[in-house]
Design a protein around this ligand. Sequence first.
Ligand code: CP
Ligand code: NVA
Length: 301
Amino acid sequence: MRHFLSVLDLNSDEHRSLIAHAIDVKQKLGQGISHNPLSGKLLAMIFEKSSTRTRVSFEAGMYQLGGHAMFMSPRDSHLGRGEPIEDSARVISSMADGILIRTFGHDRIETLAQHSCVPVINGLSDRLHPCQLLADMQTWFEQRGDIAGASVAWIGDGNNMCHSYINAAIRFGFDLSIACPSGHEPDAGLVQSGGHRISLHESASDAARGADLVVTDVWASMGQEQEQEQRLQTFADYQVNRQVMQQAHNDALFMHCLPAHREEEVTTEVLESAQSVVWQEAENRLHAQKALLEFLIAGGL
Ligand code: CP
Ligand code: NVA
């Protein structure tokens, strides 16, 4: 039994097979050919934070695979009334075939996985957002082929998405140049784990220079709403705009996991430009995660 709490939970070959399978099933879906390997299977989805893409893509994905998804929130379950996550894990996993969880502390997801007898998927924690990387990598592969050896720029907050890009750089073999305001750098241990693949830069332009892909995310993540105003000032020099994109290669792509705050971390001009693949990236949440669900719950592709 496998869990998917981090990009590092799959090896490099597994990631590439998963992307190839996702692209294949996506194409067949477009031709009206259905694929139902999870008939009769149930995914329990625990959301302790808001979501549009993650919820819709997992629910649509389970439906298309022939199974069913069940939405749970702390407001209408005992998770919000103090029942330990260990007990919830044992009970839910005795009835469901997989558990998706979006929550705050990453340790909560690790505890859930330790006590679950079915695969657990990290739908975002304060530390990591690995499902988004599956979609981002699929999008790159569709657009450009393998990402090994490419130069990727991360600009903005050293947050859960940045951490997952570091892990992806390790698994996929690309170079990652990161520019964050002082005090908002990614976890030092994670940066170190990426070795020579990871470099930290002072300015957005420095990180973007020569990049094949430029990526950013909101300046205030879920749970940081009270810092929003302060962060607008702290991050003001880290906006992805035309000047920053001009430092990258002419054919560089732009990605953002969404939701985007236009004119904050990215200008409308860049978000809506021909270089932006954010809508394809969002749709690929569905296709990449269907491959993940099949891999984890059916036990292979
Ligand atoms: N990118 C992403 O995870 O979006 P949601 O918060 O809408 O799920
Ligand atoms: N870093 C953002 C990602 C949202 C999908 C957050 O955690 O809120």
